[in-house]
Design a protein around this ligand. Structure first.
Ligand code: 5GP
Ligand code: MG
Length: 177
């Protein structure tokens, strides 16, 4: 599929079926790793909302979910500044927290947020990210569950946007040269 979003063209990069397989694989890993526990999903809005919803509904372990909003992107480039637009209102002390991200790019967003989260003393903290750009990583952030490692291309779809649009596609598309 090729689509126009604003002034750019994007083409299919990861299909709906591939995404579903990856989400199923991660949900099975979480079911195993958290058997007998009750993890708290902490979802980083906006981009992660579809991944979080699909992953959450595949889980068999008891789990809770809450949402925060951090942002460091404007247009197609990281602005280099992380802002908290919606704060954390759910107590995480003593909880097994799984942070849910759409994509780890430079790692800055999580690198800055994780210490703040650890101050709140969760029992454990793991990170699940649908996508990881290993070549863009500049900060020491390690994801425990990863859907796909991707090259340094600009991606949209399945929650990811280009200036507000493109989040509704069921597949992931990349910017065409
Ligand atoms: P980081 O702080 O790791 O550099 O960037 C993380 C955030 O940047 C992600 O949660 C996502 O919102 C945004 N981001 C990074 N790469 C892309 C991309 O290829 N496409 C889109 N739409 N957003 C991205
Ligand atoms: Mg994000």
């Amino acid at each position: 599929m090729i689509v126009n979003i604003h002034d750019k063209k994007f083409e299919t990069y990861i299909s709906d079926a591939q995404i579903e397989d990856a989400v199923s694989r991660i949900s099975m890993q979480i079911d195993q790793d958290y058997a007998g526990k009750r993890p708290l999903f902490l979802v980083v809005l906006n981009g992660s909302f579809l991944f979080a919803a699909d992953l959450f509904r595949k889980l068999h372990v008891e789990a809770e979910i809450c949402f925060i909003k951090l942002a460091s992107y404007q247009g197609m480039k990281s602005s280099g500044k992380v802002t908290t637009a919606i704060g954390l209102d759910t107590p995480v002390k003593g909880r097994d927290v799984i942070l849910i991200e759409d994509i780890i790019d430079t790692g800055k967003t999580l690198f800055e947020f994780i210490p703040e989260l650890k101050e709140r003393q969760p029992t454990s903290l793991r990170i699940a990210s649908l996508l990881l750009k290993p070549d863009a990583l500049k900060y020491d952030v390690k994801a425990d569950y990863i859907g796909f490692s991707v090259p340094n291309d600009f991606l949209v779809g399945y929650g990811l946007d280009y200036d507000g649009l493109g989040r509704n596609f069921g597949e992931i598309l990349k910017l065409m040269p």
